[in-house]
Ligand binder design. Structure first.
Ligand SMILES: Nc1ncnc2c1ncn2[C@@H]1O[C@H](COP(=O)(O)OP(=O)(O)OP(=O)(O)O)[C@@H](O)[C@H]1O
Length: 211
């Protein structure tokens, strides 16, 4: 079953093309790695699919729906990490994760278990009581990934999930994403990591600079 269908999507900013016409589809349970040189439009494509930016032309369906960030059914179906998520200065990492899980319908006990599981899977259980400004850049990125995975999402849109990670943490992320894929999620990654492409058995879409 096709979960993401993109037909001739292109983006212009201030009259300049930043994403060349792009067409692809991704089946449920597959991983698509969007690769290409710096500036080729990978982040732009994910922003469009997440509903953060409008395409100048073309057609997209994500989880069978047109892109509409205001539609709760669209938001429930699509979990995106494109840029750092907003955080509250006075909530711990654990409290952030519990808050996200509860917002999407988990009761307190389930939200606590979800938070603990994600912290464990990403090897950051010891950061549970830290505040956002007490994290290194790599630790903050792992927490951002955990926040993205604490909510529902049959389609995951992740911009450079490998960024700032050491090899061991990249292994943990790769294994966690692979589990999500095997559970039926569809993943789109903008990535420069050939390791992730290989380990997730990803199909590859190579973008060329628009101009
Ligand atoms: N806010 C902006 N205003 C105008 N142009 C922008 C803006 N952000 C990005 N661009 C341009 O859009 C094009 C695509 O950028 P994008 O960030 O999508 O590339 P990318 O493939 O994700 O790059 P990287 O590998 O460096 O992350 C680039 O030419 C970039 O200079």
């Amino acid at each position: 079953m096709v979960q993401v269908e993109v037909t001739n999507v292109q983006v212009e900013r201030a009259g300049h093309p930043v994403l060349a016409p792009t067409t692809f589809s991704v089946d449920r349970g597959r991983v698509l790695a969007v690769t290409g040189a710096n500036g080729s439009g990978k982040t732009t494509l994910l922003r469009v699919l997440a509903g953060l930016e409008r395409a100048s032309a073309g057609r997209c369906l994500v989880a069978g729906r047109p892109i509409d960030e205001r539609d709760p059914r669209f938001r429930r179906a699509v979990a995106a990490l494109v840029g750092p998520p907003p955080t509250a200065r006075d909530l711990t990492v654990l409290e952030h994760l519990e808050l996200v899980a509860r917002t999407w319908g988990s009761d307190a006990a389930t939200a606590g278990r979800t938070a603990d599981r994600l912290l464990g899977e990403l090897g950051i259980a010891r950061l549970a009581q830290r505040l956002p400004h007490q994290l290194s850049a790599g630790q903050a990125h792992l927490c951002a990934l955990a926040l993205t995975l604490a909510r529902p999402g049959e389609v995951l849109l992740l911009d450079e999930p490998e960024q700032r990670l050491d090899e061991d943490r990249l292994t943990a992320v790769s294994q966690l994403l692979d589990r999500r894929r095997r559970d039926g999620a569809t993943l789109l990654l903008a990535t420069h990591s050939s390791r992730l492409v290989e380990e997730l058995d990803a199909d590859e879409l190579v973008l060329r600079e628009a101009a």
